[in-house]
Design a protein around this ligand. Structure first.
Ligand SMILES: [Fe+2]
Ligand SMILES: [Fe+2]
Length: 326
């Protein structure tokens, strides 16, 4: 296995009080339903046949049109072995980032389980923590045992995860992880399920996608109430700024800047190629299609968020129907 760069262990404060309650009432219909669903939908990664081998030339077996540099002059002049290397590294980078995100999600779920006031929300968070542990298990097997190339967390993702995990406002942890990061991850999983021709990958990712849709719904349901009247105008502005920053950082993250040097290419030139490519921008932009309608539903489509989405040509997604899980 080749680890591109080894990273030291990161230590971040969770900044949350452990809330010990004296009453045990649940009674939140939407969250209770999601918790019941979480219990009924438990599954075991060991049930899959992990002796199955992926195609090293295209591990996720995705069409080349899903690659950021597909169709560019750089792609045109590559021979088949070079293209296979691009596929392998792009898939390894994508799954490595998902794996880091899964670890971040596990930490956030643990934090929410400690600090949420309502028992229904805490039970959902406990169930989620175990889902995320299973996702770590699956993606770690895929990255380390199957693709055998690992990438460290991108600097953009690291920044967002640190702000999300360490926030003293529990709802910002919820917003950063359950809505922003999970929203993008959900669209990536949907793409893999829709385009991959590998039945093993399709099946495993479908299972994970079902769990993530539940987590995304828990975040949306919880925050929707809070952001529709419970916070002051100044507090809402802080959430809108966090959302704008998160969208910007995730859009940058999706350029996959760290792969080019590993492929013998110039990092800066490839970074510009991706940022100036209509097709690559459409691929990146499309990953926000689940997130934007949810921001609208939660009451976060105001002020700066609208301006930013308009500038990034993503505001139209607000008109897409919301996919409701609960
Ligand atoms: Fe997950
Ligand atoms: Fe999740």
């Amino acid at each position: 296995m080749s680890a591109i760069l080894s990273e030291p262990v990161l230590r971040w404060p969770l900044n949350v009080d452990a809330v010990m309650q004296s009453t045990y009432a649940t009674g939140d219909d939407q969250l209770d339903r999601l918790y019941q669903k979480a219990k009924a939908q438990q599954w075991n990664a060991d049930d899959y046949d992990w002796s199955y081998e992926l195609n090293p030339d295209n591990p996720l077996d995705m069409p080349d049109g899903t690659l950021l540099i597909f169709g560019s002059p750089l792609w045109q002049k590559m021979d088949e072995p070079a293209r296979a290397e691009v596929r392998h590294h792009f898939h390894a980078w994508t799954l490595s980032q998902i794996l880091h995100g899964e670890q971040g999600a596990m930490l956030c779920a643990i934090k929410l389980a400690q600090g949420e006031e309502h028992l229904s929300a805490r039970l959902c968070a406990c169930a989620q923590a175990f889902d995320e542990a299973r996702h770590i298990e699956v993606y770690s097997r895929l990255v380390n045992d199957k693709l055998r190339v690992t990438y460290p967390m991108s600097s953009s993702l690291k920044r967002l995860l640190e702000d999300t995990i360490t926030s003293r406002q529990l709802d910002i942890t919820n917003l950063g992880m359950q809505v922003l990061v999970e929203g993008i991850a959900l669209s990536i999983f949907q793409n893999i399920v829709a385009y991959s021709r590998d039945s093993f990958i399709k099946e495993v990712v479908t299972r994970i996608q079902r769990d993530e849709a539940r987590h995304f719904a828990v975040g949306r349901v919880t925050l929707r109430r809070l952001y529709n009247g419970e916070l002051s105008a100044a507090e809402m502005r802080e959430r809108e700024e966090f959302t704008c920053e998160g969208i910007h950082v995730l859009y940058e993250h999706l350029c996959a800047d760290d792969i080019w040097e590993q492929l013998g290419q110039n990092r800066k030139e490839c970074g510009e190629l991706v940022r100036n490519s209509k097709m690559a921008n459409a691929l990146r932009r499309n990953l926000f299609r689940r997130l934007v309608p949810s921001l609208k539903d939660m009451g976060l489509l105001n002020g700066k968020v609208v301006t930013q989405l308009e500038k990034m040509d993503m505001l139209d997604y607000a008109e897409l129907p919301l996919r409701v899980e609960a």
